[in-house]
Design a protein around this ligand. Structure first.
Ligand SMILES: [Zn+2]
Length: 331
């Protein structure tokens, strides 16, 4: 968690300037924008670092007690999709590790319930490698969503067949390009568990991929799902460095640093283009929601909030029952 005075002030400042540039100067809120018939609305939902929290946090978890749970998240996602079918559900990695579910089923139950929840695109966190590459690949059999990463060289491992450098999604008339980046694994994963995987600096690769998405595929929105953390370590970049160095990113769905943000931070690209960085803590306690408004192909407004997964959301029965049923089926 990162809620420090300086950061909050800085964030408030960035938020205000970002919002002003993106359209709040028109003096209307996003609900009014819903009725502006020349605008298209796309909703991005995001989680990160859910860490095998299939069930809500147990009663002895302090302020997180009773919060979270994939079955509630499924209900929330369904509600949002009913309200706006042009919705994407993304996760920034570290889906694995943190509860006995992972020790027993090695990620299969996490990916399976995320599939039931309706995830579209997910990237890889360092903890996805905790049982090695072969075990991760086996868990991926249960993932009915796209997996993206562009900066791990995986040649010679089975992951190349499953993990794509980027994906394209069409929502209404808007084409969205989504890529993923992962953190340097050297200090985080035992060598035998990352055999065949090589981390490369994401910046030069992202520059190429963002150009492909923007110019070859004519994407109106470029999203990077990142497991780098909000700030990098040493020479290795985090989300703020990506936003400052790489031209053409609109939105970074962040993870790894467990940073809780009430609102996206807006960082300027080299040409002054606003890049939104958003990350929502860990454990599936919150889902981040951003409503993105487009006029023709141009992003003109971003309105974000964080929604707590609390008892006001009735758990989705089909997802709730699955872990139990799963335990009977999968060894
Ligand atoms: Zn991580």
């Amino acid at each position: 968690m990162e809620i420090q005075g300086d950061n909050m002030k800085r964030r408030e400042f960035l938020k205000t300037t970002g919002a002003a540039i993106l359209g709040l100067t028109l003096g209307i809120g996003w609900k009014e924008w819903l009725y502006a018939d020349d605008l298209f609305r796309l909703t991005l939902l995001q989680t990160n670092d859910t860490h095998s929290r299939i069930d809500p946090f147990p009663p002895d978890s302090g302020r997180n007690a009773g919060l979270g749970g994939i079955a509630r998240r499924a209900t929330f996602v369904k509600q949002v999709r009913q309200e706006n079918p042009h919705t994407l559900l993304l996760d920034a990695g570290d889906v694995f590790q943190g509860t006995p579910y992972f020790n027993l089923y090695r990620g299969k139950i996490e990916y399976h319930t995320m599939s039931l929840c309706g995830y579209d695109v997910v990237t890889l966190g360092n903890h996805e490698f905790d049982n090695g590459v072969a075990s991760l690949y086996q868990a991926m059999e249960y993932a009915q969503f796209e997996l993206v990463n562009c900066n791990y060289q995986m040649d010679g491992t089975p992951l190349v067949h499953r993990v794509k450098p980027y994906v394209l999604k069409s929502l209404g008339e808007i084409r969205v390009g989504i890529t993923g980046v992962g953190v340097r694994l050297d200090d985080l994963v035992a060598p035998k568990n990352r055999e065949g995987i090589r981390y490369l600096d994401p910046r030069p690769i992202l520059k190429e991929i963002v150009n492909i998405l923007r110019y070859d595929h004519r994407c109106a929105l470029v999203v990077v799902i990142s497991h780098l953390g909000i700030d990098g370590r040493g020479d290795h970049p985090g989300d703020r460095q990506l936003a400052r160095d790489v031209e053409g990113i609109d939105f970074i769905v962040g993870g790894h640093s467990h940073t809780f943000m009430q609102q996206p931070e807006v960082v300027r690209s080299p040409s002054g283009h606003p890049v939104h960085i958003f990350q929502v803590g860990y454990g599936g306690i919150y889902v981040g929601r951003s409503d993105l408004f487009f006029r023709r192909d141009k992003l003109v407004g971003v309105y974000s909030s964080v929604i707590p997964m609390n008892a006001s959301l009735v758990p989705d029965e089909s997802v709730l029952e699955h872990p139990v049923e799963f335990i009977g089926r999968v060894g």
